[in-house]
Design a protein around this ligand. Structure first.
Ligand code: IPE
Ligand code: IPE
Ligand code: MG
Length: 256
């Protein structure tokens, strides 16, 4: 893996590294099982998982990843016991309060995707603050998927476009892939090249369904609290061994 030689932490400069995917998205799973295996409450798994979050952000930034999306709370995670939901909300606040200044000083930009309206006012305003403070940063774009669900995201985009059509601002025939993409929470963010899911589960759980149409998937058996820099690098190595075809024939066969 080649690092940018001038030590630049600039997103566009770092995108030149062909070995590092531009956008890595992670379904951070297995916190509860990690805790259960130790006879601890599930919340302890989330606390330990937060340490992994901090490490992986720094590592991805150092490796020159352009965009790192972390699935932190799904639109279905409200189904969990109120105590666990409350803990996860508190953990997000703790993370932003503790890490925002440092991430900002490291040139990290923070983007939040997900439905903001259902969130408590203090959380929504902290998320807004994290985005505003870091919006001009040119290093890693840390995309926090919080209260995020792909189906809700697509429904929301369809409604926005339908309202524009109803107002006469847009013709239905002008709605295409690019316009739908640009109406999603992820507008302006390239589709993920690599989606990693930890803990051995092999499903999308309502994560980036539109955006991951041609992503490579790496499923790691490691529980999120135990996931580390080496495991992240191993996933990228696996990604680099894949051949992406996007519906075509592919270079390996096409060269014959
Ligand atoms: C992932 O770990 C964290 C969140 C979904 C917030 P889990 O809490 O889903 O852990 P398991 O899947 O129960 O082990
Ligand atoms: C997906 O994990 C959501 C996050 C990682 C935030 P879950 O643990 O909620 O997914 P399911 O319920 O096992 O599919
Ligand atoms: Mg889980």
């Amino acid at each position: 893996m080649t690092m940018v030689s001038d030590g630049s932490n600039d997103r566009s400069a770092r995108e030149a590294d062909a070995e590092t995917p531009r956008h890595v998205a992670v379904i951070m799973d297995g916190n509860g099982r990690w805790a259960q295996a130790r006879g601890l409450p599930r919340t302890e798994g989330h606390r330990k998982g937060m340490e992994t979050v901090r490490r992986i952000i720094r590592h991805a930034s150092k490796r020159g990843v352009g965009h790192l999306t972390l699935y932190s709370f799904s639109s279905e995670n409200w189904r969990r016991p109120a105590e666990e939901v409350g803990f996860l909300m508190g953990l997000l606040k703790y993370f932003i309060r503790r890490d925002l200044a440092e991430l900002h000083s490291e040139n990290v930009r923070i983007t939040v995707i997900g439905e903001r309206e259902d969130l408590a006012a203090d959380i929504a305003s902290l998320l807004g603050e994290a985005e505003t403070v870091t919006q001009a940063n040119t290093g890693l774009n840390l995309v926090i998927a919080f209260n995020y669900g792909s189906r809700d995201e697509i429904v929301r985009a369809v409604r926005i476009l339908a309202e524009r059509v109803a107002r006469g601002e847009l013709a239905a025939s002008e709605i295409d892939r690019d316009l739908l993409s640009a109406t999603l929470f992820t507008a302006g963010i390239p589709d993920p090249d690599l989606v990693i899911r930890t803990s051995g589960e092999q499903r999308l759980s309502n994560f980036l369904m539109w955006q991951a149409a041609y992503s490579e998937f790496v499923f790691s058996p490691v529980l999120w609290p135990d996931f580390d820099e080496a495991a992240f690098d191993a996933a990228i190595d696996e990604y680099n061994g894949r051949e992406r075809r996007f519906g075509g024939v592919g270079v390996r066969q096409g060269a014959k």
